[in-house]
Design a binder for this molecule. Structure first.
Ligand SMILES: Nc1ncnc2c1ncn2[C@@H]1O[C@H](COP(=O)(O)OP(=O)(O)OP(=O)(O)O)[C@@H](O)[C@H]1O
Length: 246
């Protein structure tokens, strides 16, 4: 088995009375892609934000790249070795693509060079455009380039291909595969089940904050014609017991 990059045991999160995550156990390994699937509101983003320490949570174990986390704090070393694809609103819309990449590359002593990122992601032509003026798909590409600027060993991607055209989506899939081959552990969420089927080595399906299926792609699909069929089966609500009529 490859090296364990992320170990999560007994992760729970409540927003007031709404329990968004119920005692989750999940692992991610170096050189593999883990797809976390689930309906809107199933808890996918809450899982990622909790692991990153962006919000409070309860857990028995959160271990990132061999280091046990305590509370929400994440050391500089961990922050430099973990990549995250941020949401659009997190970036200054007035900076150009070049300036954004230059800023983020400066955070990492052994990260990528701006010129290499521009070339790898086909961003050279739009390098001088302001981030706020880009199309939705172009913004996603810049956000992905920023996520890998530090050559991360563990990478979190929350719906990375939303708004991308087919060509850009294929290019991003290729980038994900390349990072995997370099030994990066990738945890991503998506509503495109065929994307998960294409990319994932292992799959976790969340329903109302609980894991209802978890295993290799083949294990999760087993007994179903496709991942989509398995997914639809697992996210179905279990009907609550109707009270017996008197
Ligand atoms: N900041 C917040 N405050 C209160 N409730 C929240 C907050 N963020 C998420 N929730 C709730 O937690 C639950 C899980 O939300 P989450 O955003 O993790 O789901 P998701 O699976 O990422 O959904 P989507 O696919 O729509 O992005 C939902 O019931 C949501 O309403």
């Amino acid at each position: 088995m490859s090296q364990l990059s992320l170990k999560v045991q007994g992760l729970s999160k409540s927003y007031d009375s709404n329990q968004a995550l119920h005692c989750l156990n999940l692992d991610a390994y170096a050189g593999e892609v883990l797809a976390v699937l689930g309906k809107n509101g199933a808890g996918k983003t809450t899982f990622i934000h909790s692991v990153l320490g962006l919000q409070s949570y309860k857990a028995d174990v959160v271990e990132i790249l061999g280091e046990r986390m305590s509370g929400q704090s994440r050391s500089l070393d961990i922050r430099q070795r973990v990549g995250v694809m941020m949401q659009v609103g997190a970036l200054n819309a007035n900076l150009t693509v070049y300036e954004q990449l230059d800023l983020f590359c400066s955070y990492y002593p052994h990260g990528e060079q701006v010129a290499d990122l521009l070339e790898q992601f086909g961003l050279t032509k739009i390098a001088k455009q302001r981030f706020g003026k880009l199309s939705g798909g172009q913004r996603q590409q810049v956000l992905f380039a920023i996520a890998v600027a530090g050559k991360p060993e563990l990478l979190f991607l929350d719906e990375p291909t939303v708004g991308m055209d087919v060509e850009a989506r294929h290019a991003l899939w290729e980038q994900i595969q390349q990072r995997r081959q370099l030994g990066c552990a990738i945890v991503f969420t998506t509503h495109y089940i065929e994307e998960a089927e294409r990319l994932a080595d292992r799959v976790a399906i969340l329903r109302e904050g609980e894991i209802v299926a978890y295993g290799t792609l083949a294990e999760v699909i087993a007994g179903h014609p496709s991942l989509e069929a398995a997914y639809l089966h697992h996210i179905k609500q279990v009907p609550s017991q109707e009270p017996a009529h008197a």
